[in-house]
Write a protein that binds this ligand. Structure first.
Ligand code: IPD
Ligand code: CA
Ligand code: CA
Length: 280
């Protein structure tokens, strides 16, 4: 259930810090590149980065547009972007996934997003996750809450896993922990009302922040898949940890998110299936 407060804030609003406003601008530019090509995906140049991992000219062009927009306002900030890697700068770092859900996009499956986050000395300050198909702009500024198109977001009030709707991602590249993941999935299926695998981790987390799902877990994510969504969930009152309840998720990519109660039960349900050798 989405919980939205009555006040409709002006948008972009004062509840956003200046870096969030720049991220919104950058996301819109990337979106227009994406949408221009969405009805001619069969003509796009696509490369396979590694097994089951594709990149198209759209991912690259969108990323370039985002970086140019950020650099115009913040020329000295550092950048970590999925397709072009690390760009040196000061202690402010932008973390960019120009197209989260490339596999969906390249199949014409309508679920993908743009994720842009900014952190200062390791602390997330700003986040934008944008769904161009639904024109849904999820934003968060540290200490100022999370918004969807200017309306305040709150995680769900679901009290337990029983009856909960849980998002996830199924490992499709590195399958080292596929069996462990399937055991986790089986336990979750038994304990919840349903599992969803929409295919854009950034949007999955944004949906958690909006109370559309009650929790989310995935193994082996990259920092650009998660950074924006993590701040959204936290600013919407939710909890994000690694698979053992600690704070190693940005390094390990193994992440569990939800409202406080659902998150606690998810950790307990997943625990028996977390191999000892798996990074937290
Ligand atoms: C992927 C999506 C997907 C998740 C993968 C990610 P990409 O990102 O977020 O939902 O399951 O782990 O890599 O490659 O489409 O940017
Ligand atoms: Ca991604
Ligand atoms: Ca991507």
């Amino acid at each position: 259930m989405t919980v939205v407060c009555a006040a409709h804030l002006p948008y972009p609003s004062r509840a956003m810090n200046p870096t969030t406003n720049i991220a919104v601008r950058a996301a819109r530019q990337a979106a227009s590149i994406m949408m221009r090509s969405f009805n001619r995906i069969d003509t796009l140049t696509i490369a396979e980065k590694q097994a089951h991992d594709y990149v198209s000219e759209v991912d690259r062009a969108a990323e370039q547009a985002i970086i140019e927009t950020i650099r115009r306002s913040y020329p000295h900030h550092a950048i970590l972007a999925e397709e072009s890697g690390s760009h040196d700068g000061n202690e402010y770092q932008w973390i960019i996934d120009p197209l989260d859900g490339t596999t969906n996009y390249l199949h014409g499956f309508p679920q993908f997003s743009i994720s842009i986050a900014m952190q200062h000395r390791g602390q997330l300050q700003s986040a934008v996750v944008y769904d161009p198909l639904r024109d849904e702009m999820f934003t968060a500024s540290r200490g100022n809450g999370a918004l969807l198109n200017g309306r305040r977001l709150r995680v769900s009030e679901q009290k337990s896993l029983q009856g909960a709707l849980i998002g996830t991602g199924i490992p499709f590249r590195d399958q080292t922990y596929l069996d462990a993941y399937l055991a986790m999935m089986k336990a979750m299926v038994r304990d919840t009302a349903g599992i969803r695998r929409p295919g854009s981790a950034a949007l999955d987390l944004a949906y958690g922040a909006a109370g559309r799902t009650d929790g989310f877990w995935e193994l082996g994510l990259s920092s650009w898949d998660m950074a924006g969504g993590i701040l959204l969930v936290r600013e919407a009152g939710g909890t994000v940890t690694d698979i053992r309840g600690g704070d190693g998720h940005l390094e390990s990519g193994n992440l569990v998110a939800g409202n406080l109660r659902v998150h606690r039960e998810m950790l307990a349900t997943l625990k028996p299936h977390v191999p000892e050798r798996m990074r937290a």
